[in-house]
Design a protein around this ligand. Structure first.
Ligand SMILES: [Zn+2]
Length: 368
């Protein structure tokens, strides 16, 4: 049995939809072709030229990387810098590069930050900053005999999830009216004559990125020639989608003890951190990768500790002795993402090898 690369892309995008990436990002298939048969997958944080050569050596024609090697446009491809050289190497050797970046950061439980939380014993994770525009509400009007079929169809297309609950919907019966114009073939009633029909109004919450599929499924299961429905954006946010994560330790601990736990879990030689506050650690916020943009969110959420990376000198002052900011390094903070991608792909696909890159792509070294 062969698996086209498009199947792997579809699987990854069901887990971390491209619609959940940040506006500056460039997640998705960057080189290669979805029609190619996958010969093997190599997971990595960074797709560099060295990683492309590693993929060639282990006969994997798909690299699944966290960071997109290309963010903006490439105007010249001459091999002048590492980005161009990586792209040239990948194209020459028929290697597909797929990036799953801020869309995976924004998946709270099963994403980058969920994995960090798991490693540190943090449970009950919620996003530090919810992502807006992720939910819509579908209202549709269905003759009562067809209500259950339409309900089942929209559920099957991905509607009706609220937190850990699925198949959530609401319906109420009422009366719909319509008059078919010239050339219509109404399901019930006569064209040109006002018809009253017992209808149910079905309400269901829809992830915004699936709204097209849900509406298509609703129309396919609906008997009317012209289906009446409303699709409305919601101010509610998806509880499982957003930046960063905040949760709690099972048992509170001292700040130094917690720093030791971080050092051990991430295998880091050094942690840059703000002055300790002397208070016990219970509430912990995390953001893999560059997370300065969430310092104020971590503070207002009452975090005792905020673990992230790429914090600048002046940003450390923002901790204001209210919490401890711990900068553990960008690569270090995201290292478990490679395991996460490796595990989900190996679990799902059995007919090709899934491998973890052994290339240390971290450009930062420590001398101590
Ligand atoms: Zn990163």
């Amino acid at each position: 049995m062969s698996t086209p690369i498009a199947d792997i892309v579809r699987f990854l995008e069901a887990m971390a939809p491209l619609a959940w990436q940040e506006s500056y990002d460039n997640a998705g298939l960057l080189t290669g072709n979805g029609l190619w048969e996958c010969t093997g997958v190599l997971t990595t944080l960074d797709a560099t030229e060295e990683v492309v050569m590693e993929a060639v050596a282990c006969r994997a024609n798909l690299i699944v990387a966290h960071h997109p090697i290309v963010f903006g446009g490439l105007k010249k491809i001459t091999g002048r810098n590492y980005v161009e050289r990586t792209i040239i190497a990948a194209i020459k050797r028929d290697i597909a590069i797929y990036a799953i970046h801020t869309n995976l950061d924004n998946v709270v439980a099963g994403g980058v930050n969920g994995r960090i939380a798991q490693k540190l014993g943090i449970s009950g994770g919620k996003p530090l900053m919810s992502r807006e525009g992720t939910l819509q509400k579908l209202y549709c009007f269905v003759p009562v005999d067809h209500l259950e079929a339409v309900r089942a169809a929209v559920f099957a297309a991905g509607a009706g999830h609220i937190g850990a609950y699925s198949e959530c919907s609401y319906s109420v019966e009422g009366t719909g009216t319509f008059t078919g114009g010239e050339g219509t073939q109404p399901f019930v009633g006569q064209p040109g004559r006002r018809h009253h029909e017992k209808e149910g109004r079905l309400e269901v919450v829809v992830p915004a990125h699936l709204s097209r599929e849900v509406v298509r499924a609703m129309i396919a299961a609906h008997p009317y020639e012209e289906v009446a429905y409303d699709l409305v954006p919601l101010a509610n946010t998806h509880p499982g989608v957003g930046s960063g994560l905040i949760g709690e330790l099972a048992v509170e601990m001292g700040e130094k003890e917690f720093l030791d736990r971080i050092r051990q879990a991430f295998g880091v030689p050094v942690i840059r951190h703000t002055r300790l506050t002397g208070r016990p650690v219970k509430k912990v916020a995390v953001c893999g990768g560059a997370g300065s943009f969430l310092i104020s969110k971590a503070l207002s959420a009452g975090a005792n500790f905020y673990i992230t990376s790429d914090v600048k000198y002046h940003e450390f002052f923002d901790a204001n002795d209210q919490m401890v900011i711990a900068d553990i390094g960008h690569f270090e903070s995201e290292q478990f993402t490679v395991d996460l991608l490796f595990e989900v792909l190996r679990e799902k696909f059995r007919n090709f090898a899934v491998l973890k890159s052994v290339v240390k792509t971290n450009p930062i070294n420590y001398y101590y």
